[in-house]
Each structure stands twice: as C-alpha cells, then as structure tokens.
Design a protein around this ligand. Sequence first.
Ligand code: ADE
Length: 273
Amino acid sequence: MRIDVVTIFPEYLNPLDVSLVGKARARGQLGVHVHDLRNWTHDRHHTVDDTPYGGGPGMVMKTEPWGEALDEVVADGFESGAHGPVLVVPTPSGRPFTQELAVELSARPWLIFAPARYEGIDRRVTDEYATRTPVYEVSIGDYVLAGGEAAVLVITEAVARLLPGVLGNAESHRDDSFAPGAMADLLEGPVYTKPPEWRGRGIPEVLLSGHHGKIARWRRDEALHRTSLHRPDLIERADPAAFDKKDRETLSILGWAPGADGRFGRTAYTVEQ
Ligand code: ADE
C-alpha cells in the first residue's frame, strides 16, 4: 500500500517512522510519503489560509495550494506505478471511523490524506477531487482536534495492522473488539500474563485450567460484562441470534432481557456494575 500525506506540519507525522507502521515501511509493505503543503505556495509568507466567505471566526484553507499539491502528488504516484488512489479527508464532520471502514481502506492500494488545520479546506477542493477519485471524509470521534494530523496517525495505524503480513500473528486481529464476525461486536475482556501473582493479586483460576472450552466461555462472559458496562448501545443493537443460551443467562445477570422484537434492553432494576 502507498500512503501520501499533505500537511503544513510534516514533523507531526514522524511517529509513522516507528513501531508497527515503521516496521511495515522498513519491510516494504507500506510506502509513506509526507509532503509539506507550503511547498505549493507562491507568496513570501507561504500562505495556506484566508478568511471565510460569509464571515465567521477562524480561517479556511485555500484552494490553490491544495489543488496544486494534490495534482502533483497524484501525478508522481501514478508515475511511480501506484494506482487506484482514494482521498481521505479527516474532519469532525466526516463519517465515523470504524473497524469496518479500516478494513475497507486496507483493501485500497493507495491512500492520500489531506488533513486540515483551521476551520477546514475550501469545499471546492473535495468537490473537484470527488470527480476523479473516491473521497472519504472521516471523523475519528465526537470531539474537535486542532487539526487532522492526529487522525491521520490513528487511521494509518488501524489500516496498516490489517495489511497482509504486517502483524506477526495473523490470528491476532481475529478477536479484536469490533472485528467483523468475531465477538459479535463485543468489547474484549481483560488479559493477564506472568507472574501468576503480583502485589497479592492473582489471576482468574480458569485461565490456568488448560480447559479451552471453559476459557472461551469465561472470555465471552467477560466481554459481555465489559460491553454491558462501557458500550450498552452495542448490546441493544446486536442481532439477538448472536447470543447463545449461556450469553442470555449472563446478560440476564447483568440486567438485560429480550424485548418483544427479541433485541436486548435493560431491565427495570439494573444494578450498576
Ligand atoms: N479534525 C479535527 N477533529 C477531528 C476529528 N474528530 N476527526 C477527524 N479529523 C478531525
């Protein structure tokens, strides 16, 4: 996969040199190219923003530097053999970034990120590129960052770990929270490693039992427990067919009951865990 990032803070992307993404780059599984947007300005002050039409606070990123930058990045990429670019624009008003979207993006050969600062990029830039390539406007959460660069790091890491051969153990994203088809959209429960006792705290006996069935059941119950606590919306939304008999018993203990349509809802007297 090829990734291009156009930004006014290239050094913000330095973390792409380390850890999983850095190793994927070193192994040639991922090519990352970071570009300084100001290279495509032509005035003494390297201006990339201007006041918004219609008034209001803040500044808007200008069409010209973005247009020239993206044209050149796309042309250079094609020249070096890349194909199938998609433009990814991180913005708090984008569609939510989910594991499903990470999987979708990981299947694309070439991502071009356009992270904005200030109040965003002049709309005509995305309108223009949407006529040539798919454009994904993506939000990483319901909060406002100072710019999209942190979102680029988040999206890149989530996508890179899905690329073939990037994770050491191919099994290790099978049980990820939110992995499609794995734990039916449940959060993962707690994990433990050696030593077996630390500051007087042991580990759940079942994990030492060697009994795979019991361990799987324990993990599932912990996942239900944690999801009930932190993300009850996932249980409300879940297809009831995803819950077996033992799941239903656990959910009942946690204060859930199936409604008329079979979906689970909180019972009247739920004790907070
Ligand atoms: N830029 C500013 N806030 C953002 C967010 N929540 N997601 C993606 N890009 C952003």
